[in-house]
Design a protein around this ligand. Structure first.
Ligand code: 3YP
Ligand code: ZN
Length: 377
């Protein structure tokens, strides 16, 4: 088994500035300069743990390239691309669209490298150069919509890769699982009317964007039923997530029968994240990865590619990321997560009745998912 791994130092140079978490520093408002939540550290420290643990020796290194205009325009409008290009020429850079998503001068080049990185990881999987792959890229992508960046995202890395691989390699049916704690609104919007792309977002109910990710959002036209949202209540731990996999993710993929599985892999549902109230530990991420590997083996020769998204505690995210990468690579002697005994022992991480009540509402929606004409009988 070969697992592709894609990272580049330039991802760490995407410059979100001296914001205080989410907001620009402003002493008049009492906002002391610090760092943007979306800074390099979680990503850089995943990479360094991959190296220091020795897991790097069991991976096949992939090299990112910059996505072309043509590739970016598979998802985005000319106006969005032109605006990012123009703001990249400003002496202090610009913002991807919502005022929460700053980038430095020349920022578009790192955005291109992130989107192109996910294209390369996906292509390596589909061409059989590797069995599966993890693209540790930055800036993230799942909030970026056709006409604008949002929520720290510049370009829709995963959605661009899905459209690109469909065009270059004729991959038809793609299932997207988004386990970032925030709603994958950009991916959902891109494929809203597409019945060949099943988007499943597991997220904390009404965090970001606060007005999307409801179970009533299901796609439209031919795509009706092929957008699925699982807005988990705050406080959900491994019990609720694994029940969502048992009752929603697994059965949805079994019905859909994808040719390829893509994952929007954020680690911000971890128990220590500053931007969520969920309770996952590295073992949950490991188990979710193993479940998806089984589903990919059943439906699409194991073809699975992951695109990095959020995750903001630099101390803990690396252990979650390493667990996923180890699981992808089938590492037989994984590094023990030294924090698991602490965070995994907290009360309430088992399945709770109000989580079951939410899943009870989602399960009937699976009836509208069907395998396409192209999928075997
Ligand atoms: C964007 C503004 C407030 C929350 C933030 C979420 C970014 C993220 O991790 N998205 O997946
Ligand atoms: Zn997130």
């Amino acid at each position: 088994m070969a697992t592709g791994y894609l990272y580049h130092e330039l991802f760490g140079w995407h410059d979100t500035g001296t914001n205080a978490g989410l907001l620009p520093a402003d002493h008049r408002a009492g906002i002391q300069p610090l760092q943007h939540f979306e800074n390099a550290e979680t990503k850089r420290r995943i990479h360094e743990l991959v190296v220091v643990s020795g897991v790097i020796d069991q991976l096949t290194r992939l090299e990112p390239r910059k996505a072309t205009d043509e590739e970016i325009l598979l998802v985005h409008t000319e106006e969005h691309l032109a605006r990012i290009a123009a703001e990249s020429e400003q002496p202090k850079g610009g913002d991807s669209g919502d005022g929460l998503s700053p980038f430095g001068p020349g920022g578009i080049e790192i955005g291109r490298l992130a989107a192109g990185g996910m294209i390369e990881a996906t292509t390596a999987v589909v061409e059989g150069r590797v069995d599966n792959a993890y693209a540790l890229i930055r800036p993230p992508g799942h909030h970026a919509e056709p006409a604008t960046g949002r929520g720290f995202c510049m370009f829709a890395n995963l959605a661009i890769a899905a459209r690109a691989i469909r065009r270059t390699h004729g991959v038809e049916r793609i299932a997207v699982i988004d386990w970032d704690v925030h709603h994958g609104n950009g991916t959902q919007k891109t494929f809203w009317e597409d019945r060949d792309t099943l988007t499943i977002s597991l997220h904390q109910d009404r965090v970001f964007p606060p007005d999307s990710g409801f179970i009533t959002e299901r796609g439209e036209g031919a795509g009706f039923g092929y957008a699925l949202n699982v807005p988990l209540p705050p406080g959900t731990g491994s019990g609720g997530y694994l029940s969502a996999f048992d009752r929603v993710v697994g059965p949805a993929i079994d019905r859909f029968r994808p040719d390829l599985i893509l994952v929007a892999s954020g680690f911000d549902a971890n128990a220590t994240d500053p931007l969520s109230r969920q309770g996952l530990t590295s073992s949950t991420y490991r188990t979710m990865t193993e479940r998806l590997l089984d589903l990919a083996a059943t439906h699409c020769d194991g073809r699975l590619a992951m695109s990095h998204e959020g995750g903001y505690n630099p101390v803990y995210v690396p252990f979650c990321g390493l667990a996923v990468i180890e699981a992808l690579a089938g590492v037989t002697e994984p590094l023990a997560d030294p924090y698991e005994p602490i965070f995994g022992a907290m009360a309430g991480l088992e399945l709770q009745p109000h989580q079951t009540a939410l899943l009870d509402q989602v399960v009937p929606l699976l009836d509208d998912i069907h395998a396409g004409a192209s999928a075997g009988a």
